[in-house]
Write a protein that binds this ligand. Structure first.
Ligand SMILES: NC(=O)c1ccc[n+]([C@@H]2O[C@H](COP(=O)([O-])OP(=O)(O)OC[C@H]3O[C@@H](n4cnc5c(N)ncnc54)[C@H](OP(=O)(O)O)[C@@H]3O)[C@@H](O)[C@H]2O)c1
Length: 200
């Protein structure tokens, strides 16, 4: 498995810390050139490698950590997403017009990344929590995962565990979206709930 994080802001850097903690190599990229991201990447850990966006998109598993409105720009960077897994860590709070309230934002992202397997996850916590060690005395910090593709979830469950989190599957995108997503300017019940599980 090869991993990349696209978007190296608050969430991208938080997740880079999680990879660095477990010495798992991850490419990080954003809009700025690799050289501009490199000092921050190096400061997080030697396995966090700043690259160009095209290089990052060579990974087979790509975490999307850009502002929601930017997902389409990232999606346009490759002609085909066949064979790739996108882990969508975006939130669409206030970004979707009211008439789309009943459609999970992840469905919009899935549509843009045609051919990819899409798993929604790592989006329910503030970046500072996501950056902290998920293993605490007596438990593992929970991340919620949902997907319309059951096959796609298993490797993301494995990755979340490798990073020290306790993944909890919420079902399909609309099921997870109802619990974690936004309805206009209101949030689902599980957003920001910092939950720990004894077992992964
Ligand atoms: N912050 C949180 O606590 C939090 C928690 C959960 C989920 N989220 C969600 O996570 C996503 C990222 O949030 P954030 O707070 O990390 O945002 P942020 O700090 O503003 O960082 C966004 C990153 O995305 C990059 N980017 C923007 N457009 C891009 C494009 N077209 N192609 C490649 N890279 C692009 C930016 O690069 P440049 O700097 O070069 O412009 C920047 O590195 C959002 O959808 C947000 O809703 C945030």
């Amino acid at each position: 498995m090869s991993y990349a994080i696209v978007g190296f802001g608050e969430v991208g850097q938080a997740l880079a810390h999680a990879f660095a903690r477990r010495n798992i190599r991850v490419a990080v990229a954003g809009r700025r050139p690799a050289e501009a991201l490199a000092p921050q990447a190096r400061a997080i850990g030697p396995e966090v490698v700043a690259t160009s966006l095209p290089q990052a998109l060579e990974a087979d598993t790509i975490i999307l950590a850009v502002p929601f409105a930017e997902h389409e720009a990232v999606a346009k960077a490759l002609p085909s997403w066949e064979g790739k897994t996108i882990i969508d860590a975006t939130n669409a709070f206030g970004a979707l017009p009211d008439e789309f309230d009943s459609i999970p934002s992840s469905a919009f992202v899935a549509k843009a990344f045609t051919g990819a397997k899409l798993v929604k996850g790592f989006n329910h916590l503030a970046a500072a929590k996501l950056a902290a060690d998920p293993v605490v005395e007596g438990g593992h910090r929970v991340v919620f995962l949902s997907s319309d593709d059951e096959e796609a979830v298993a490797p993301v469950v494995a990755l979340a565990k490798q990073l020290g989190f306790a993944p909890v599957k919420l079902g399909r995108l609309n099921e997870g979206g109802a619990l974690v997503g936004t309805r206009g300017r209101t949030w689902g019940q599980l957003i920001f709930q910092d939950v720990f599980k004894k077992e992964q």
